[in-house]
Design a protein around this ligand. Structure first.
Ligand code: SF4
Ligand code: SF4
Length: 398
């Protein structure tokens, strides 16, 4: 039976703008590009699944083709869907390990010193490349010794004194790898007179979706939707410091997982949009000059959500910040894509233009909203990469 859940391919006007914009098609001849892999062959695939083309696997789901498309064709969604529907899936321990972030993170934070030490050893990385096909040169983020959730339990009481509240979906990266970003966010919001509530949450599902664990991704999505609905009151917003988590909660749940997220859809806001709006309402905290020249890189998923403008306008409000806005480029890592040996060279090639433009900016620091963009830039340039919220926390005059 022909399933027509995404008929947006019918609106394709064959302009090929998406193919020009696709960073993977530009980096390798192995991928024919979004037009061919998306709308062009979708008609064939739904008639005869045997006509599926293996090259689909090279799509990194960066969504840049969807940003460029004038006809609003859900190109990346078509490709992702076809990948899972028609390509044969092989079990790989590496993909399981990289996508089950709650399982791995909750174990790793308990033995973080040991894990961080082992992951820094070349010999361990050599065997990881040999047996797991994770490139030796790829740098992994360090694990926290304590989860953000556990830290938050200690300060939860202090948040009840605020009359205005926001619900914080912190995501795995803050919980297991960079709890200081979550702490910075609490500081910034508290300085604006806003308290935080933290729901019970599971991984948003982005790495599960990318690695084809759709059943588990749907289970996590159902848990998160229900948990967020329970904690929401009439005027609260669900905020996230991860552009990818926000994107998943708002769009991937409905488009790729077929979940009903209507009750939370209008409430989810990426943090910079939320902060920008509060600043406009006169709630900006007192800030001191940061005296810093910084280059800003916009992540693809934030561009897709139309959220870049809020980050830039918010950053412009930080006193003493000399901001260089980099030309829009994909960094190449695309979540777990750049952690896989088979895509590593493509991922590195894609990022070259961005790395060069960072060098040209002659900044002291790089700013970006996405955790994996941070990993990719820090691995390929000598610069520290900071989240806009952490920079705001530095600027607080307290
Ligand atoms: S999602 Fe990214 S990699 Fe995939 S086709 Fe679109 S632009 Fe290319
Ligand atoms: S940009 Fe959109 S309309 Fe143009 S070829 Fe690609 S899918 Fe078709």
């Amino acid at each position: 039976m022909i399933k027509l859940e995404n008929i947006s391919f019918d609106y394709c006007i064959k302009c090929t703008v998406c193919t020009i914009y696709c960073p993977v098609a530009r980096a390798t001849h192995l991928f024919p590009g979004p037009k061919q892999s998306g709308p062009d062959t979708e008609r064939l695939r739904i008639k005869n699944p045997e006509l599926v083309d293996e090259s689909l696997k090279y799509c990194s789901n960066c969504k840049r083709c969807e940003i460029a498309c004038p006809s609003n064709v859900k190109i990346a969604d078509l490709i992702q869907d076809a990948k899972w529907r028609y390509l044969k899936k092989k079990f790989r321990f590496r993909d399981y390990f990289m996508s089950h972030t709650d399982l791995v993170g909750s174990i790793a934070t308990k033995v973080s010193a040991l894990i961080n030490f082992f992951m820094s050893l070349s010999i361990v990385r050599f065997f990881m490349e040999m047996f797991l096909r994770i490139p030796m040169r790829r740098v992994f983020p360090k694990y926290n010794s304590r989860t953000f959730q556990s830290w938050f339990r200690g300060i939860k009481k202090s948040q009840s004194s605020f009359s205005k509240k926001a619900v914080y979906f912190h995501g795995c990266y803050v919980n297991y790898n960079n709890s200081s970003l979550g702490k910075d966010m609490v500081r910034v919001l508290n300085a604006m007179g806003i308290g935080i509530e933290v729901p019970d949450e599971k991984c948003c599902g982005v790495p599960l979706i990318a690695n084809g664990y759709l059943k588990k991704a749907r289970k996590n999505a159902a848990f998160n939707i229900s948990s967020l609905q329970t904690i929401l009151s009439d005027d609260t917003t669900i905020i996230s410091t991860s552009s990818s988590c926000s994107f998943a909660l708002k769009y991937e749940y409905a488009h790729l997982l077929g979940m009903d997220n209507t009750k939370i859809f209008n409430r989810v806001e990426y943090i910079t949009k939320y902060l920008y709006n509060r600043f406009q309402e006169g709630m900006a905290p007192k800030m001191k000059p940061v005296n810093l020249r910084a280059a800003y890189h916009a992540p693809c998923h934030l561009e897709r959500m139309g959220g870049v403008i809020y980050t830039i306008d918010l950053l412009k409000k930080i006193p003493g910040l000399d901001l260089v806005i980099l030309h829009s480029e994909c960094c190449g890592i695309a979540g777990t894509y750049g952690f896989k040996k088979e895509y590593y060279d493509i991922s590195q090639k894609i990022g070259q233009e961005l790395f060069r433009s960072i060098e040209r900016a002659e900044a002291e620091i790089v700013i970006t909203d996405c955790e994996t963009c941070k990993m990719q830039i820090e691995m390929n340039t000598p610069y520290e990469v900071i989240h806009p919220v952490s920079l705001l926390a530095k600027a607080l005059d307290q």
